[in-house]
Design a protein around this ligand. Sequence first.
Ligand code: AMO
Length: 429
Amino acid sequence: MERTYLANVQGAAVNSEINVCGWIQELRALKNIVFIVLRDNTGTVQVTLKPDNISNINEVRELERESVICVTGVIPERTKSTSNREIVASRLVILNRAEKPLPLGITDPVSADFETRLNNRFLDLRKRENALVFRIESSMLWGMRRFFHSNNFVEIHTPKIVAAATEGGADLFGVRYFEKEAYLNQSPQLYKEIMMSAGLDRVFEVGPAFRAEQHNTVRHLNEFTSVDIEMSFADHHDAMHMLENSIRAGIERTLDELGPEIASSGIKMEIPEVPFPRISYRECIAFLKTRGVDVTFGEDFSPEQLREIGSQYSGFYFITGWPSSLRAFYTMPSAEDPEISNSFDLQYNEKEITSGAQRVHDPELLTKRFLSKGLNPDDFDFYIRAFRYGMPPHAGFGLGLERLVMILCNLQNIREATLFPRDRTRIVP
Ligand code: AMO
């Protein structure tokens, strides 16, 4: 018989026979009757077992919580269950037994400490509110993917074992690659740009990115999921336009799919208005000065300074026109003012969630940019070659998926938005 999800039990006809499966959340064994609260990923239902109907009732009495069972039964005409969802069982199959004690309670009102939660993710995510974070991530990404597809972006997959750094040589994980030295990729940057020379015109990629950052913060992971786009015959304005609209499309889809559950979980999620405000780096400096903060052109903003800026510009907003000296070699300097670049970060309050820019497409300028950053252009020959035989102007961005989910779900620690976080101390599970 087909399995009925527990959320659909209420809609099933009275006295009709159904089959449900899940985990035993609670078990109360009385002399002449046994009650089980059964849970699946859609909800819970009360199962009533009477000894006359159930041949293995004595085995069932001994089951531990979180054991996995399937029940066949009917929905009674009248129910005493408070949730109004009850099944009177005619058959119960034990599929797997849980050991005792559980390392983590599923129904405990007090949350376990975070380390215990991460060490027992398989139990932690049986709690609906914890699993919701990852459902939101999935819906968000589907919404963004659909947006990219409908705007003619091609989904690509680029190598994660690479020979060159893209985002600064210091944060690289080295790997042994037969006789050669190789690295884990920090970003698909170079490969997505090569695809512009290949004529794919618009590409996107969702994949892992690795950063050997030494510091353990609530915003940094050593492995994160990067959502990247690159588009041809486009500049930073076009990339910002795609970014804000893809985020809006993602949130729309998330609310379509999960709206009621998000509302009842207490998460406040709204469809943001586009376009997002754009504030230039120079305007930020001027604003910080009015607040008595001493900051000079060419410096990156500290977390405190970003908090100050975020207190003025809340929600989603872009900081544009970053100093060329602060941005990677591939970033296009502004034609009017080469001290600044055609670049942007997307912020949410004080948090950075995306970087993007128009890229240098002239191979001579690119070589100069490598040298000015103290990099050897020969190490990047495979990349520069793609610029010598007809590279169109192009732009794009890279968005940290966990950071986006973190702000959507109002989480304090990026690890909560990561199934199995990799940080300075954590590599298992
Ligand atoms: P950047 O290095 O700014 O730019 O990274 C882009 C976005 O990725 C996320 N991110 C991280 N998330 C979690 N942990 C980390 N350690 C971490 N590092 C970065 C952030 C950040 O905004 N190639 C460019 C993008 C481009 O220009 O297309 C790049 O990688 O959300």
